[in-house]
Design a protein around this ligand. Sequence first.
Ligand SMILES: C=CC1=C(C)c2cc3[nH]c(cc4nc(cc5[nH]c(cc1n2)c(C)c5CCC(=O)O)C(CCC(=O)O)=C4C)c(C)c3C=C
Ligand code: FES
Ligand SMILES: [Fe+2]
Length: 428
Amino acid sequence: MAFLRPARQLCKSATTPVASTIRPPLLASTQLRQQRRWLATPTYPVTQNSAGSQGPTAMVFLNMGGPSTVDEVGDFLSRLFADGDLIPLGRLQSYLGPLISARRTPKIQKQYAAIGGGSPIRKWSEHQCAEMCKILDEISPQTAPHKPYVAFRYANPLTEEMYRKLLADGFGNGKGGRAIAFTQYPQYSCSTTGSSLNELWKWRQRLEGKTGALEDGSDGTIKWSVIDRWPVHPGLVEAFARNIEEKLLEYPEERRDKVILLFSAHSLPMSVVNRGDPYPAEVAATVHAVMHRLNHANPYRLCWQSQVGPQPWLGPQTQMTVEEYVAKGQKDLLLIPIAFTSDHIETLYELDEEVIGESGHADTIKRVESLNGNPIFIQALADLAKTHLDSGIVCSTQMHLRCPGCKSDRCAESKKFFASQQEQLGEV
Ligand SMILES: C=CC1=C(C)c2cc3[nH]c(cc4nc(cc5[nH]c(cc1n2)c(C)c5CCC(=O)O)C(CCC(=O)O)=C4C)c(C)c3C=C
Ligand code: FES
Ligand SMILES: [Fe+2]
């Protein structure tokens, strides 16, 4: 675990930066040793010392969320199509957004009905965050207690609800409490993590900072820092690798090392890619790290799913990739959702029902489990948070940089705000 690694590995970025995958390549055996050392670390050293703790610390998981019931699909889609960071419709946003979402609702309702009547993302996010906080209370007593919060961009609990709860729980009182915004997208996109941070900044402007200085001289505002990306964290990589190894065991031994691993990530419109969004490179970094951990034992490709609308999206598309390999006679294919940490319609419906279900080869085309409640993954989350808390760094170096093609005032202002939190953090 990072806090037991040599200090030189605690680099400036609070999270594990993509740059770490492009440092001079390690010999495969060296990387495997590092990976094993991360796992061989005994469970958490308990040195609980509540006296002198700088806590409580709010741990806020950011994600898009999903409708918990079929009836919530309409609201979910109308918030999604109102988000100019995800679907920029300019001045027509408030007119076109509701029209498109209303037209799309019946189709998407059927998909949620087919996966059991709603998205499991709230259940998994609350579980992952609560379990991570329990580990953190043990490995980071100096910042305990750690309080779990979830803030979704398009579904309950929304960012506003989470923020009001934080204030009601006293995080804005007195000297001001500390809160960590922890993105649950391992790879950064301005359309996902960027949008959640812009929303967090918006509610911070609306709900805080207008009360003036308190009697003790402090301004009573929450001190924010951000875990903004973690595409190659060893625990994330290990959790993916183990799930792949487990699923590969379902293939007969003589065919096993010829199974093609198809990593599948949600696609991006080419306009977003060409704006300079970091997500494609970070997804590729995760894929490369997982393949390195697997010693490149199988052939693999990265493909992209869930395109919406008529404009060009980054490819190759997952469904087309599966069809083309099957047409070439390759039917042993293992799908690996690599850009989302719990189940959602894109695993349970799009991959399982459409890509695999409609392939005619459901016996040889399989999907690895999503991370969901995986204990290796939850320990990785705690390790990321602990490294961040120890670092005193407000966010990664990458987060300060806007996309070359960014024209958004929201991005400019919210990045300025989070960067400004470094001064506040010095006082924590
Ligand atoms: C890392 C993951 C995701 C990226 C990047 C992403 C970008 C992105 N998405 C849209 C449009 C839609 N996405 C929708 C659903 C959806 N998106 C993701 C993840 C990413 N999106 C997930 C996990 C889900 C499903 C949520 C769940 O089931 O819990 C939808 C709604 C569904 C639909 O109408 O098809 C839209 C629309 C864009 C335009 C975009 C990049 C700019
Ligand atoms: S769109 Fe990437 S920083 Fe604004
Ligand atoms: Fe999406």
